[in-house]
Design a protein around this ligand. Structure first.
Ligand code: GLN
Length: 245
């Protein structure tokens, strides 16, 4: 089965090699006999609603976010329509912030968001940097990763967090929430990239994308020995030193 991925602004938003998440999805799809067809969606490109099973947007600094924010705002209704029609979406860090209502950056400039996730973000001077461990009760799983952000994200009414912070700062260092999810859209501060050390989440996204593509959503289990080791080491690091200024 072909899984169609729309990678938003790969030339601008790719901090900490967030593009590695796509490599993981591609390989895990291939090992199950599927093919990931990745299409870049850049500035001035139209969003081919209905023809994308999984959208992806990575992280970036305030400067790169400012370069794409207005173009992304012009894609808001197409992207919202896609998510309402059950396309999957993964947004990391700077991209996550832009999926909310707005992002007020460190310089105090307000960048528009697309309002796909009910949240907003305001930057503060002190950055929140370190390893993170999350409990995702909705999936009965944990996520391990690394965060580095100045933005404090506040979930508005009706927003579901991606997980509860076990160690680390999370959305704002206070609420105990990290990330957000809505239908098949997920936003998170976890970089690293995120998917190599959290294979369950990669497969979760793949099966949701397969459901959108109209294919069978079952994925044959993989051995994942290295992946589980990476998760264990990353989780232990978060437990030892996550979320301290
Ligand atoms: N510019 C944002 C912040 O610092 C996002 C940073 C990132 O994507 N790492 O909050």
């Amino acid at each position: 089965m072909k899984i169609r991925v729309g990678h938003l602004y790969p030339d601008y938003l790719n901090i900490y090699a967030d593009r590695g998440n796509i490599a993981v999805l591609s390989e895990r799809a291939r090992l199950r006999g599927h093919e990931l067809a990745v299409q870049a969606i850049g500035i001035h490109d139209a969003v081919p609603v209905g023809e994308i099973d999984l959208f992806y947007i990575g992280g970036g600094q305030d400067r790169e976010q400012a370069l794409v924010a207005h173009d992304l705002a012009g894609k808001a209704s197409a992207l919202r329509e896609a998510v309402e029609s059950d396309a999957a979406f993964l947004a990391v860090c700077g991209g996550y912030q832009l999926l909310g209502r707005y992002y007020r950056d460190v310089a105090g400039h307000e960048q528009p968001g697309i309002g796909l996730l009910p949240l907003h973000t305001i930057a503060d001077k002190r950055r929140m940097i370190g390893d993170v461990l999350l409990d995702c009760a909705w999936a009965g799983q944990t996520l391990a990763g690394f965060e580095n952000h100045a933005g404090r994200t506040i979930l508005d009414e009706g927003a579901e967090p991606l997980g509860r912070v076990v160690s680390g700062f999370g959305n704002d260092g206070e609420s105990g929430h990290e990330g957000a999810r809505y239908r098949r859209a997920y936003g998170t501060y976890l970089h690293g990239p995120l998917l190599p050390r959290n294979p369950w989440f990669a497969d979760h996204l793949l099966s949701e994308a397969l459901a959108h593509a109209g294919g069978p959503t079952e994925l044959r289990p993989l051995r994942d020995e290295l992946e589980h080791d990476a998760h264990t080491i990353s989780a232990a690091r978060a437990r030892a030193r996550g979320g301290k200024f």
